[in-house]
Structures are given as C-alpha cells and as structure tokens.
Design a protein around this ligand. Structure first.
Ligand code: SAM
Ligand code: SF4
Length: 350
C-alpha cells in the first residue's frame, strides 16, 4: 500500500449511519448579484471580506480533506464567479487530483459565465451546474432582479466550449410553476440535462411553507400531459448517492431533487464549508462547526494543526443526523422550528 492510500483509508470521515464523506462543497463567497426569492433575504448582511478564508487557506483545507477521502469538490456561493481569484483556485485544485480528487465542479447563476467560460475550461473545471428558473424574461427578472439574456449566453458559451452542464430549476407554487413545460421542452431542444429542485426551507427571509413546494409528483403529472414519462429501472440515484431521481421525457433524461417529498438523505456523502470557515455536516444541520482557526493553522503548517482539525471534524461528522426529516421532527419535538437557524442557502452554498 502506498503512502497516499494509507492516509485515505486511515482517516476517512464517516457518520454514525456509516455514510462515508466523498463530496465537499465550498462556498467561496456569500455575495451575489441576484436576489432569488427562494434564497436571498431582502436585506442581506454580507460577510466582511477580512473574515473570509483566503484561497490559500481553502486550498490547504481541500488538500486535507482529499487525503481523507473527498473525491469531488464543488465551488459554490453566493455567486462564486463574483470572488476574484476563483479561476486560479480551480487551477490550483488540479494538483489534488494526484491525491485522489476526481472532479472539480461549480454551481453558478451564469450571469458572468460567458466571460469566464474559456478561463474555467483552461483551469480544468470538470462541470457546471447552472441555475435557471424561468425562460420568461419578465418572470426571470421578478424572480432574480436580473436579466435572462446573459444567462442564456453563458449557457451557450459553456456548451460551445464543451463544458458539461446541468440546469437546476427551483419551482415555487404560484410563482414559476408554469415553467415546468417550457423548461422541459427547452431542455429537450437544447439537449441539456435539466433537474427540478423542490423548494427547501433555506430561504433567507424564512417565508418557506409546504404550500410553496411544487412536489416531484406535481411535476411528473404536468410533464405527463405532453411527454411520455418513464423512470429509471434501477434507482441509480440511491446507488450513486446522487440527489436527483432520474426520469426520461420522450427518452430525454430529466432529474428531480425532491428533498421534501423523497429525501435522498439515506445515502448522503456530502459536507460543506462556508466562506468564513463554518463547516456543516448537512444543509439542515441546526449548528455548524467553526473551523476558522484550525484551517488558518494549516497554512504555516503549525505542529499538530492536522490532528486538532481531524479530531474536531471526526466528532462533528460522526454526529451527522439521519437527514432532513429527522432534523425537522426533532426540532418540532423541541417546539422550535427550522427557521430558528440563522443561516440560509446563499451563505451555505447549495
Ligand atoms: N449562485 C449560484 C447559483 O444560484 O447557482 C450558486 C449558489 S446557489 C445557493 C446554489 C443552488 O441552490 C442553486 O441551484 C439554487 O437554485 C439552489 N437554492 C437556493 N435556495 C434554495 C431553496 N430555498 N430551495 C432549493 N434550492 C435552493
Ligand atoms: Fe444568488 Fe444563487 Fe441565491 Fe440566486 S440562488 S440569490 S443566484 S446565491
């Protein structure tokens, strides 16, 4: 056994339900030029720039995590393309592929994508998830406060550059649920992989309620009015711990990320870090773990810095709860609600 395998097998992070951690999401900024109604609070309080971890610190943390079994890193935010230096960071992360990292991905609103496509490709980005919740320019503006055209340009640029993309669409009842068929038709026409996401209680202003959720069942019923809808024979989502359940419309793949009605928590292999060094073992975790000091200590490689980070993390990751429904139930039992936590999706990174 070589040194690298030894390190990985010795220290892979596993939770109490036996779920090993293979995917890390890093939010590089909480800032965003969009104001998606399901995400951004009306009056965001941005993290202070000097509180953010530097890319050097983030790199050392990624190195540490890859040596403990992380195979896939997703760069997210806020809007990741708003943080200067992010492309260089992606290029640097390529070095971790020799330690076992397999994929470097990004989730973006695509507003700045056209101008960054070539650089991202050159930096070795493996794939992109792009958020697009409406093809109607007026509705898009109401949802995000921004124009639709640059997003479509960004998508075309990524496709032309050969960067693999997936489109994520969050649907809200009475707001953009009329986009199910237009987005589905467009995905077939443009040959892109579309995934509908159920609206989760992670919006900044905590207005979420079950009435706003457009369920997987509702989406499938709408799709069936126009397409032949079939599902995958084996549930590959479960096998690959992919959050999206896979269907086909007229033979074209389409995914459903239905955390609310069909939680995928049972196979969850994801963990995440905010831009200022707070670590979350779950999107819905009632509390994060502040690792800022431990991560900063990795850079000068202070003695025992890895040991103290490792011990804090293994304990926190081990205690990861079963998932969304378990956390929701526990909070209800404690007569609190999920809104008591003050962190929302733009800080956590989706
Ligand atoms: N700004 C980038 C973007 O929008 O793609 C990356 C960050 S964003 C927080 C990541 C993903 O989270 C997006 O696909 C977005 O649609 C999703 N998201 C944000 N708030 C959500 C919510 N309350 N429920 C479900 N998905 C949400
Ligand atoms: Fe910004 Fe993404 Fe949140 Fe929309 S979903 S407000 S683009 S961080």
């Amino acid at each position: 056994m070589n040194m690298m395998t030894e390190l990985k097998t010795e220290a892979q992070f596993v939770d109490q339900f036996g779920r090993g951690k293979r995917k890390l999401r890093i939010s590089v900024t909480d800032r965003c030029n969009f104001k998606c109604v399901y995400c951004m609070p009306e009056h965001p309080e941005w993290m202070k720039k000097h509180d953010l971890l530097s890319f050097e610190e983030l790199y050392q943390f990624c190195d540490f995590m890859v040596r403990r079994g992380i195979e896939s890193i997703r760069i997210t935010g806020g809007e990741p393309l708003m943080r200067q230096g992010v492309v260089h960071f992606i290029a640097q992360l390529q070095d971790l592929k020799k330690l076992g990292l397999k994929r470097i991905s990004m989730t973006t609103n695509a507003h700045y994508l056209k101008q960054y496509t070539q650089a991202l490709k050159q930096a070795g980005l493996d794939d992109l998830n792009i958020s697009l919740d409406s093809l109607d320019a007026d509705q898009f503006k109401q949802l995000t406060q921004k124009e639709l055209a640059p997003i479509l340009d960004g998508i075309r640029a990524a496709q032309a550059a050969g960067l693999p993309i997936k489109i994520n669409s969050v649907l809200m009842n009475g707001i953009n649920d009329n986009q199910i068929l237009p987005l589905a038709r467009w995905s077939v026409q443009e040959k892109v992989h579309l995934r509908f996401i159920e609206f989760m209680p992670l919006d900044g202003d905590r207005k979420w309620s079950t009435e706003h959720v457009v369920s997987e069942q509702q989406i499938l019923a709408t799709l069936a009015t126009e397409f032949a809808v079939t599902s995958q024979a084996i549930d590959l989502a479960q096998l690959n711990s992919d959050p999206a359940r896979q269907y086909f419309i007229d033979g074209h793949p389409i995914g459903m990320i239905s955390t609310i009605t069909h939680s995928f928590c049972g196979t969850c292999d994801r963990v995440r870090l905010t831009a200022q060094g707070e670590f979350y073992n779950c999107l819905f975790a009632p509390k994060g773990l502040n690792l800022k000091a431990e991560i900063k200590a990795l850079v000068p490689s202070e003695p025992l810095s890895e040991v103290s980070l490792s011990s804090a993390l293994s304990n926190y990751i081990w205690n990861k709860e079963h998932g969304f429904h378990a956390i929701e139930q526990r909070l209800k039992n404690q007569s609190m609600n999920q809104n008591s936590r003050k962190i929302s999706m733009h800080m956590l990174g989706g």
